[in-house]
Ligand binder design. Sequence first.
Ligand SMILES: *Cc1c(COP(=O)(O)O)cnc(C)c1O
Length: 375
Amino acid sequence: MKQPLRCWAEIDLAAFERNLKCIQNALPDHMRYVAVVKADAYGHGMPQMVRRLMQSGVDYFAVANITEAAEIRHMGSGWPILLLSPLLPGEESQVLAHDLIATVSTAGECERLNELGKQHDQKVRIHLKIDTGMGRLGVWHEQAEDFLKSIADYSHLKLEGLYTHFSSADSDPEFTQLQRQRFIRIVESIDYSKLLIHADNSAGIDSLSKDSPFNAVRIGLLQFGIAPYPKSALGAASVEPVFSFHARIGLVKELPAHTDISYARSYTLERDSRIAILTAGYGDGIPFELSNKGSVLIHGQHCPILGRVTMDQTIIDVTDCPEAAIGDTATLIGKNGGKEITTVEFSDLVGTISWETLCSITKRVTRLYTGSREI
Ligand SMILES: *Cc1c(COP(=O)(O)O)cnc(C)c1O
């Protein structure tokens, strides 16, 4: 007999495929789709997601590091792959070995990559990143014009794109507009006709105008059906959640009123209660922060979390859910019996953001792929 799952994340491939169509239909024809799939495709599973993205015809992939890039490269030789994070000394040769595009922000990086190009008698493909107000990677925009001129002096670098990153696309349209203007000023100071020009992430696309120099967008979260900025043009594209998170009831028992629950006795039963023990805890990615907070869905009913979340178990009040029984499914994120807890709601309660929630589901959790033929 097949072993039952104790805790699993369900990945709805059909919903994912519909989201990709929906995003592609919403993008203007000339706009290239850079699919951001870092961190195991936001916890959804890199190979499964990348395969669908390749089939749906995205133009580029973007990842954080060489290991992630190599995994994609093994799946297909055609797709351009952009590295979003800086390279450590010693990693440079992998850029040529896997035919990747490096992001550069400083002269030092240009020198290291140019040296690599010389050694192999090949041009190294780069995108220059411009810091327009994120305060992270990129050459500071006030120095970007001079820096751009100096790039022409590197015999073995091939500049293929310019980009910037918005710090507050989902919260501050005015600052996003300022960043966009700073970036456009730099872009328009050179002949950018052969370059990939991109700034927008899932939330930023809103302020894109048709005659702007932009010809690509970098989309991460939206692909997985979470619109960080629902008012944006692409947020309005009706994407659906792909991810849901479930565990099972491993035990049900009755306890008298005034019994303390879980470590450090942070909760005391107010009434004679029926409790259910879930077969998952923070070792699976149920945040400790949810101790005495929030609820799970069992038979379409919200059942509160009691006491501290522990490593392998979480205690739930099922006094008002008499049908709850051992083996039943408890849903932490997603739909259950006509009710739903969204990733955004779950994250708000935890005090975090959807991106982190998706990255926090641990290795112990089986990813179950549904909704589409396995290919
Ligand atoms: C992760 C990332 C993105 C994608 O952001 P989403 O908000 O998930 O769409 C885009 N650009 C860069 C540089 C990133 O690091």
